[in-house]
Design a protein around this ligand. Structure first.
Ligand code: C2E
Ligand code: MG
Ligand code: MG
Length: 407
């Protein structure tokens, strides 16, 4: 999965080393009589003869998935990747080689479709997917034109008084046959099939239009909307003009738009990324660094790139109060961000203990199920009404031990 990302981030020399390491690892797992072949850049085929049943084949698939997920130590760098394994099984003489390969290929795309890092056994129910990738792309393309995509919005509140100061747009896909497809599946799919630009553009336009409607309904004058942008989009040439066009029509202030990027943006092509981010920021919008602390990037990037907001990943918030190290890390991130002139959002606040701890540490803003789950645009419109907002602030003041937000 994502060999291309490794090549893009670290260069082809590292990509080649990774391929050799993957091959060596797989070769070590082969039994006498098995065949291992490389079909194309990132595709391998393993032929195992005399496998007793599909369940035995599945066990082999599982072993491969697990073995390939262990970290690879290459020259000066440790890389971790996952693999998608597609399995096809046939009794002796039942299938042609072409048919077996085709079924394995179809199953492999199913594994990728479910997020990669897993195996999938071909089942006859998949037979209608004669060209899996093409069908997947057309499903996704159709999703936009058929109106199957929608944005939900999650409140971001001021830590001091729980007022909603902004929302984050999170894309959702209702597939006609498969039901709700979560963002964690949809976005990687879109990135693999190059549809991320279309989907990202759609989500941004939609979010900006919804903010306009909330403003018209009243109570949302200074409310911001944050939209996630994938690394693929930032470096594409069409992105900047798209953002400029969106900001141009409508009467909303550009500083009400935040684009959320992840540290992976910096890994790709840092000169290009730096240039693209500076141009975006010149449009007057804000940039947030999402999931901070989970990527590979170093602190140098914080000096080099024009970021306004840091969002502390929820993995750090999850064990606040239980793990001294997490407390120390969060506090250090807040202090560092503040001394760099950035504001901080704590992600994934699920209870009042976490809420109080991040308030004590001086986090400016908070987001999480404790304050509100992602909700449809109309629900947000209601929540932004002045009486709702006053109620929220009032609810916090009524707490038994009000704490200072430290900012
Ligand atoms: P993210 O940007 O970090 O968004 C926050 C995710 O955490 C959301 O998941 C949200 O529902 C979830 N979350 C919020 N509060 C809590 C909490 O208190 N506890 C827990 N356990 N989870 C919480 P979701 O909606 O599944 O989105 C996942 C990711 O998909 C997002 O992570 C973002 O990276 C990506 N994504 C979503 N929409 C878009 C989009 O339009 N474009 C791009 N490029 N990526 C998107
Ligand atoms: Mg985000
Ligand atoms: Mg996040």
């Amino acid at each position: 999965d994502r060999l291309k990302d490794v090549n893009d981030s670290y260069g082809h020399l590292i990509g080649d080393q990774l391929l050799v390491a993957v091959t060596t690892r797989m070769a070590a797992m082969m039994r006498h009589g098995d065949t291992l072949a490389r079909l194309s850049g990132d595709e391998f085929v393993v032929v195992c003869e005399e496998v007793q049943s599909p369940a035995h084949a599945a066990a082999i698939g599982n072993r491969l998935v697990l073995a390939l997920a262990r970290p690879y130590v290459l020259t000066n760098i440790e890389v971790q990747i996952s693999a998608s394994v597609g399995l096809a099984y046939a009794e002796y003489g039942e299938h042609s080689a072409e048919q077996l390969l085709h079924e394995a290929d179809t199953a492999m795309y199913q594994a990728k479709r479910h997020g990669g890092g897993r195996q999938h056994m071909f089942d006859t129910g998949l037979q209608h997917l004669s060209t899996p990738l093409a069908s997947l792309e057309s499903d996704l393309l159709a999703a936009i034109t058929r109106g199957e995509l929608r944005n939900e919005y999650q409140p971001i509140v001021s830590t001091a008084d729980s007022r909603i100061t902004g929302v984050e747009a999170l894309v959702r896909w209702s597939h006609p046959d498969r039901g709700e497809i979560p963002a964690t599946t949809l976005i990687p799919l879109a990135e693999q099939s190059d549809l991320i630009s279309d989907i990202g553009h759609w989500a941004l336009r939609r979010a900006w239009a919804d903010l306009g409607r909330w403003q018209q309904a009243g109570g949302a004058e200074d409310v911001t909307v944050a939209v996630n942008v994938s690394a693929h989009q930032i470096v594409s040439e069409t992105f900047l003009p798209q953002v400029r066009d969106i900001l141009r029509d409508g009467s909303l202030r550009p500083d009400l738009l935040t684009l959320e990027i992840t540290e992976s943006v910096f890994l790709r092509n840092s000169d290009h990324a730096s240039f693209a981010l500076t141009e975006l920021r010149d449009l007057g919008l804000k940039l947030a660094l999402d999931d901070f602390g989970t990527g590979y990037s170093t602190l140098t990037y914080l000096k080099q790139f024009p970021v306004d907001i840091i969002k502390i990943d929820r993995s750090f918030i999850a064990d606040l109060g239980m793990n001294r190290a997490s407390n120390a890390v969060v506090l250090a991130i807040v202090q560092m961000a503040h001394s760099l002139g950035m504001t901080v959002v704590a992600e994934g606040i699920e209870n009042s203990t976490q809420r109080d701890l991040v308030a004590d540490m001086g986090c400016d803003f908070s987001q999480g199920f404790h304050f509100g789950k992602p909700a449809p645009a109309d629900r947000i419109k209601e929540l932004l009404q002045p009486h709702f907002q006053a109620h929220r602030a009032g609810a916090l003041l009524a707490l038994p031990h009000p704490r200072s937000a430290g900012s």
